[in-house]
Design a protein around this ligand. Structure first.
Ligand SMILES: Cc1ncc(COP(=O)(O)O)c(C=O)c1O
Length: 385
């Protein structure tokens, strides 16, 4: 008798995620790898005050078991916030999760199984790939252009269980799908009977004007919407949510309660206490102003140092630049040398489920200072030459 992991348990991408987190914590290394909020953006005083109020006024609820759906006032807040963005999900279709990562995991558990097809963008979020993979699903690529998945091509993936899409400031490509394209994707998916999963942790981090309404605004009954407080408040609190079509809410709720009973009440109450009176409005203005400076610093550094054959689009929000280098470049092979030289990035190959090209890389601009961004991009560009 010996331990026998299931056939899909070789989670390559998770090894990369752990490496990214480790690199981010290495002293002296300029890490352009992790997608972590700047610690200076954490509203420590507001959270401290909220902890105090929650424990003074609501300790019986905060410290007790709760319902698997989540803390009702927080569900109502999320529902109202989504409605303000144009996506209609009543509070009883909102499930509070342990980060939006858990929304992905629940979708995998409920909707995927061995051999089921899952449509993804290429590239896509690496920790989603590794969350979906243990289901034994087959990944199928949605043909994309610079504006995201091509509606007419969705026919090719019509037999997928759902299409996983990050329409706003995509991780890793930084891409934002236009309003017209969102509508066309949503309408075509409806016609084809192809359900959608919109993952949107970055939508509030816009630097050149507000993004279009969510994909979910067009057809909420055909769209699962995953959201998060990680990038707007604190990822360590691990509070996310999933807004669900009525039909499948019960299935998600059952799996959520089987997995972890419910998300920590104490933290849900603290998040609610922080956000309930509109704190995020002023807070996010400050966060956006800070990150915009970082975004511009990275754009300037790339222009200043990168070889002429490197290609990138300046992202209008989010945390990432996606840089494509000439065919034949192997960014994976370059990583260890780069780390020794003092800079870390994520090789683009980590963001593909099958047949990864090797000539791209992802650079994050939010956690390190503009000076470090300049220094890091300079080192990287010298290695690429
Ligand atoms: C596209 C995307 N989805 C989901 C997540 C998960 O975020 P969290 O679980 O912290 O809400 C991330 C985190 O980086 C992400 O980039």
């Amino acid at each position: 008798m010996s331990w026998t992991p299931n056939a899909h348990a070789g989670l390559m991408e998770q090894a990369m995620t752990r490496k990214i987190l480790k690199m981010a914590a290495t002293p002296g290394l300029i890490s352009l790898a992790g997608g972590m909020p700047a610690p200076e953006s954490f509203p420590v005083d507001e959270i401290k005050a909220a902890v105090d109020r929650v424990l003074t006024d609501h300790s019986a609820t905060a410290l007790q078991y709760g319902v698997s759906d989540g803390y009702q006032p927080l569900r109502e807040w999320v529902s109202a916030d989504l409605a303000a963005k144009g996506a209609d999900y009543p509070p009883d279709q909102i499930l509070i999760t342990n980060g939006s990562q858990q929304a992905i995991s629940l979708a995998s558990g409920i909707l995927l199984e061995d051999g089921a097809k899952l449509a993804i963008e290429t590239p896509t979020y690496l920790a989603a790939i590794s969350t979906f993979r243990p289901s034994g699903c087959t990944f199928v690529d949605m043909p994309c252009d610079e504006d995201g998945p091509i509606p007419a091509e969705l026919r090719r993936v019509r037999d997928a269980r759902f299409a996983y899409i990050i329409p706003t400031f995509q991780n890793p490509a930084g891409r934002m799908i236009s309003a017209q394209r969102r509508q066309a994707i949503s309408e075509t998916a409806h016609e084809l009977g192809l359900p959608l999963f919109e993952d949107n942790p970055y939508g509030e981090l816009y630097y050149d004007g507000e993004p279009p309404a969510p994909l979910a605004s067009f057809d909420p009954e055909n769209t699962i919407y995953g959201g998060s407080f990680s990038k707007v408040l604190s990822p360590g609190m691990r509070i996310g949510y999933v807004a669900l079509p009525k039909k499948i809410y019960g299935d998600f709720l059952n799996l959520k309660s089987a997995v972890d009973v419910h998300t920590a009440n104490l933290i849900q109450l603290i998040v609610y206490e922080v956000v309930k009176d509109g704190f995020l409005t002023t807070h996010l203005d400050k966060v956006r102003a800070r990150y915009k400076v970082h975004r511009d610093a990275m754009d300037a550094a790339l222009k200043k140092y990168m070889p002429a054959d490197a290609v990138w689009e300046t992202p209008a929000g989010g945390m990432f630049f996606w840089v494509t280098l000439p065919e034949g470049t192997d960014t994976g092979a370059l990583l260890d040398t780069a780390v020794k030289a003092g800079v870390a990035f994520v090789p683009g190959e980590a963001f593909y489920a099958v047949d990864p090209p090797k000539n791209s890389l992802r650079l994050s601009f939010v956690t390190v200072s503009p000076e470090q961004i300049d220094a890091g991009v300079k080192i990287l560009a010298e290695l690429l030459r």
